[in-house]
Structure formats: C-alpha cells, structure tokens
Design a protein around this ligand. Structure first.
Ligand code: SF4
Length: 149
C-alpha cells in the first residue's frame, strides 16, 4: 500500500481571519465604489485586508483624525472612517469632535453591534448610549452656522 504524503504540512497552512458569519461588519464596512475608508480599533480593523478600500488605522479614539492632516495634500475630497460603538462610547466621540473642529469632509460610520467585541462581547447596553443618542451627540458639538448648511 502506498501512502501519499500531503504536499503542505499543517504548519504551513494559513487562514486569514475574517468577520464572523452574521456579523454586521460584513456589510457595514463596505464603501461605495470610488470611495475609501480608514480603519480603527476593533474587529472592523480586519476590513484593511479585505477588498473594501480601507487603509490605515489609529489608536482607540483617533479614528479618522489622520484625515485632518492628509486632506490638504490630496485630491480626494472625502473619506469614511469606521468607528465601533464600543470605541465611540470609550473615546471615539473625541475623534469626531476633532474632525468637526477642523472642518474636514469626513463621514463617520458608527458600526453598531451593541457590544465591546474586543473584550469578549461585553455588553455596553446598560451604560452606553443607544444608536439614536450616538447620532445626536456629535451634532451638539457642531457650530450652529455649520449645522444649518
Ligand atoms: S464584532 Fe462580534 S460578530 Fe463581528 S467579527 Fe467581531 S466578534 Fe465576530
């Protein structure tokens, strides 16, 4: 009996990490054609190695802020920044406030999964803001004149 040896050993096998099936990030990290996004801290960082035009990342609470320095030196007019709801509650609101203060053209996508997935799915429902409050609070930081436009 001839036993054929596999050409690839288990040690050579690679498996690229990916979003869990059913994870909302599977769709929420997709950007419109021709657009690009910046990554951040959280499972959605994995979008940087998926085919969805997501480049770079920052420390927790700095999501999208590199765009403040980049925009004057690029022909791109707009960028998306991915920001998890756990990070938003921790310090991400500060990143949004900085972008508003700098007046850059950026769209934050608050990826709402109602959990701090990085720490094993810790629920933040009891203490954190609901999605409607997430959307309203940056507006409170926007100067009145800019809010009307
Ligand atoms: S956010 Fe939750 S469901 Fe999505 S990839 Fe991370 S652990 Fe999986």
């Amino acid at each position: 009996m001839v036993v054929q040896q596999a050409s690839t050993s288990v040690a050579d096998a690679t498996r690229q990490p990916w979003f869990c099936s059913g994870c909302p990030h599977n769709t929420s990290t997709v950007v419109p054609e021709g657009s690009r996004a910046m990554g951040g801290i959280g499972c959605h960082f994995m979008a940087t190695w998926m085919d969805r035009s997501t480049i770079g990342f920052t420390q927790m609470g700095g999501e999208g802020v590199p765009w403040v320095g980049q925009q004057p030196f690029t022909t791109d007019q707009h960028i998306f920044a991915n920001l998890g709801d756990g990070t938003y509650f921790h310090s991400g609101l500060l990143a949004i406030r900085q972008s508003i203060a700098a007046g850059v053209n950026i769209t934050y996508k608050i990826l709402y999964n109602d959990a701090v997935a990085m720490t094993g799915g810790a629920s933040r429902s009891a203490s954190g803001p609901k999605v409607t409050r997430c959307c309203r609070s940056p507006r409170a930081c926007t100067p009145r004149a800019r809010r009307r436009s």
